[in-house]
Ligand binder design. Structure first.
Ligand SMILES: [Cu+2]
Length: 200
């Protein structure tokens, strides 16, 4: 009888120790998760204070073909991530235009390039480029495109002299042909095949 009691007590003791250990482990895991959550919250807050602008581009038939995400860089300028589909394969001129209006099919409503510094068009022009000049994009054979570009002369800050939030607004335009980076006024990039208003 006594022996049984001892065994019972021993089992009870170890069960207690084991469960105590497990619960402290569980607690520290919870703490870790809490810390992770806090870090994520902080990251989100930092991004929120940095403006992020989503632009939807449509083609001449009014069909959505691309989205661009614009973020203010820590250094000067705006970073653009462009993702698209159903576009003609090959190299295309891509610019920021000076009016925030995209009326299909020709998108002439978007006006010329955004050019607050009154410069000439093209990275290779001695008096260039326009603030709205961007590198050409390359659409894959399947019509998709992914491009990351920088527009170092513009800003999403509303009080910046080269802000993209002007009275007339601004837009992103994809052209039919590549920009040669020197011809006036638009690098010989041809028709406008897609357009999206910035900040709409
Ligand atoms: Cu253009």
């Amino acid at each position: 009888m006594r022996k049984k009691t001892v065994i019972f007590c021993t089992i009870l003791f170890f069960t207690f120790i084991l469960s105590a250990c497990q619960s402290s482990e569980w607690n520290s895991q919870q703490e870790r998760e809490q810390i992770n959550n806090n870090q994520e919250d902080e990251a989100i807050e930092t991004n929120a204070s940095k403006e992020k602008v989503l632009v939807t581009l449509m083609n001449s038939e009014g069909m959505q073909v691309a989205t661009a995400t614009l973020t203010e860089k820590d250094t000067d300028g705006v970073h653009i991530v462009l993702e698209g589909e159903n576009l003609p394969p090959g190299e295309h001129g891509f610019h920021i235009h000076e009016v925030g209006e995209c009326i299909p099919p020709d998108f002439e409503s978007a006006g010329g390039h955004y050019n607050p510094t009154n410069s000439k068009h093209g990275f290779e022009h001695p008096e260039g480029p326009h603030a709205g000049d961007l590198e050409n994009i390359v659409v894959n054979e399947d019509g998709t495109v992914y491009a990351e570009l920088d527009a170092p002369m513009v800003s999403l800050k509303r009080d910046h002299e080269n802000t993209l939030f002007t009275k007339a607004g601004t837009s992103l335009v994809i052209h039919a042909n590549p920009d040669d980076y020197i011809s006036q006024p638009s690098g010989n990039s041809g028709k406008r095949i897609a357009c999206g208003v910035i900040g709409e």
